[in-house]
Every structure is written in C-alpha cells, then in structure tokens.
Design a protein around this ligand. Structure first.
Ligand code: NDP
Length: 322
C-alpha cells in the first residue's frame, strides 16, 4: 500500500521538497509505525535539504512529529496500537506514516493536542537543555538569546526568565520585538536598526552566556559581549556556518568557553529524554510554558514552509499536517 510523503531525491533549494506516493513503512524489531497527525518544521530540515548534514538519498525529511501508534514491531512492549505519541531527532516525519524506534517515543499527556506535542518536542527540549544543562542559568545571570522571536527563541526566553535571568534578545522587526517582549525578554534589540553588541555594552558589564543560533553573521560580536569566563553557546547557523577561528581569541577575551551542542547528545539516554519531554509537555499543559503555533501548512506545501522559515517570515512554530 502506498502513502503520501515528501521525498527528496537530490539536495538543493525548497523545490526539491516534492509530495510523492511511497511504500507504507513497516515497523522492524524495536520500532513502531505511527500515523502522523502533525510534523514540526525545523531549521535542521533546511540543513538536511541543502546537504549541509550529509545523508543518503532519497530521503523523507522532517525530524519531529506526533500521532497515533498503529502497529508495533517485534519486541516492543513500551507502546501499543492506539497510543498517542510524539518524538524527534529521527528522520522521516514529513509523511502520513513513519516508523520510529519505540524507545524514542514519548507519551502525549492528556490535554495536549497532537499539534502542540509536535510543536514542542524539538524546540522545547532544545530550549530546555540549553538553559538547564549546556549553560545552566542561575538567578541574576545576564544572557543574550539571538532570534528571540523564533521557535527556539520564544521558548528559551521563557525558560531563562523562569530561571531568574535578565534576558537580552535580538530580532529583525518591530513585530518580532513585541513577541519577544511578550515572552519575557527584558532588553529587545532590533539588529536591523541597532548594533546589538553596542546596545548590550550600554546596558551590561558583560554577559554570562550568549545563546547563538544565527552563527556566521553574529559569532564574533557575540564573543565580544561576554564577561570573562563567559559561555558562548553556538547551537545553530541560520545565517551560515561559522568559519574556523583562532582559539587564542578565547584567551584574549577573558578565558571564554565555546560549545557547539546538539539535542541528540542531551537526550541520549531514555531517562534524560523523559525528564526533558515531561518538563516541556507538563509546562504546556499547566500553562507555564506558552507555545506559539504560528502557521499550519498542508504536507504538500512543505516547500513554502521552508521558504517562509528561511526567509525570516515565521515566528514561533510552523507545522505540516498530512
Ligand atoms: P527560527 O524560528 O529561530 O528561525 C530562524 C530565525 O533566525 C529567523 O526567523 C531570523 O530571525 C533569524 N535569522 C537571522 N539571520 C538569519 C538568516 N540569514 N537567515 C535566516 N534566518 C535568520 O528557527 P528554529 O527555532 O527552528 O531554529 C533556530 C536555530 O536553532 C537554528 O539555527 C537551528 O539550527 C538551531 N537549533 C539547534 C538545535 C541544537 O540542538 N543544536 C536544535 C534546534 C534548533 P530574525 O528575523 O529575528 O533575525
């Protein structure tokens, strides 16, 4: 039986995202087959589409989804047909059906819709590990979050505020500035009109951490606003990859730290995955963590979703619905 999926046969621009009929996947040992109700669109999907993260072709992109289990493979005892589940960091979610390892699936709590679960897993757990583990924020810290109105940015801002930080953010428009303020940012800098490093220096003697997902265009200036022994958390490259740099810079700027973390490394064990997913999903259920579901596209419009994400047109989360 065939099902619909976005399949790419060559890397490139958004036009390589084409809806096709593909064979319905069959769950192997340790896997579950899930009927997808919503799939998250993330910047990592752009990197995969472009070939920046090498992968074997053809492939079905997408690494975040929520839906209902329809069948399980041999040896699976943790989920069964009918369970509502969400997962991330496994390729193949731009589709009506996908298989995923059963031990990467998380139960969706009552009161959380599939759209909310699909929207929360990847960006929510990213915001969680960045603020709780990579640089664990302490009360009174001053931190900068780039792309403050983005999917990760809005969630990371809320978590940083709840941990007691004074939060600086950067955004490119006034509309995004308003959203970032609503999420709790104390100082919002429109980098189209103001130099963010100059603005930060006016209001701080030096930051404890910078969370930088923009990369190429921001990296050097991000280093320059850290206090001695501050932490540069480079977790993405929406503007391009950061070129190799001279590590002696870290010495001259005051014994700085730089890290390039990834979500899989911070959800590697089942226990860590469950702790982060539970914190995020329960926060949404209780209303202490607010999700911004910005736009939902039909699966066939995946290319447009990518154009909008890359074109800085989106704020918060965008989803594909089969
Ligand atoms: P966003 O919603 O943050 O979208 C990207 C935003 O980046 C844009 O809206 C834009 O905001 C800003 N931006 C700045 N310069 C550019 C540029 N040249 N081109 C495009 N956008 C630019 O996306 P996500 O929340 O999905 O992801 C944010 C980042 O986090 C990505 O870099 C992603 O790779 C990374 N990430 C890393 C993870 C990890 O574990 N390492 C996990 C999840 C995400 P503005 O208009 O305000 O500048």
């Amino acid at each position: 039986m065939s099902v619909k999926a976005i399949e790419i046969t060559a890397t490139g621009g958004p036009d390589v995202l084409v809806l096709r009929d593909v064979a319905k996947p069959v769950p192997g040992p340790g896997q579950a087959l899930v009927r997808i109700e919503a799939s998250g669109v993330n910047f990592i999907d752009v990197y995969v589409r472009e070939g920046r993260y090498p992968a074997q072709l053809p492939l079905i992109p997408g690494q975040e989804a929520a839906g209902t289990v329809v069948e399980v493979g041999d040896g699976v005892t943790t989920v069964k047909a009918g369970d509502r589940v969400a997962w991330c960091s496994v390729l193949g979610t731009y589709a009506e059906y996908a298989v995923a390892p059963a031990d990467r699936l998380v139960a969706i709590p009552a009161g959380i819709s599939s759209e909310q679960a699909a929207a929360a897993m990847l960006q929510g757990m990213t915001a969680h590990y960045l603020s709780h583990a990579t640089y664990p924020i302490r009360k009174g810290d001053e931190v900068l979050i780039h792309a403050g109105a983005g999917g990760v940015g809005l969630l990371l801002t809320q978590m940083a505020k709840s941990l007691g930080a004074r939060v600086f953010t950067t955004v490119s428009t006034e509309e995004k500035a308003a959203l970032s303020r609503e999420a709790g940012a104390d100082v919002v800098i429109n980098y189209q009109t103001d130099d963010f490093a100059v603005e930060v220096r006016k209001q701080s003697a030096g930051l404890h951490a910078v969370y930088d997902s923009v990369g190429k265009t921001t990296f050097d200036q991000s280093l320059s606003v850290l206090r001695p022994r501050g932490m540069m958390v480079l977790y993405g490259g929406s503007s391009g990859a950061v070129p190799p740099f001279d590590v002696m810079k870290l010495a001259s700027l005051g014994s700085l730290f730089v890290t390039r973390p990834t979500l899989p490394a911070y959800t590697a064990s089942r226990a860590e995955l469950e702790t982060r997913a539970t914190d995020v999903l329960q926060g949404i259920a209780k209303g202490t963590l607010k999700l911004r579901l910005e736009h939902t596209y039909p699966l066939a419009e995946a290319a447009q979703a990518h154009r909008d994400l890359e074109g800085r047109k989106t704020t918060g989360k965008i989803l594909l619905v089969p």
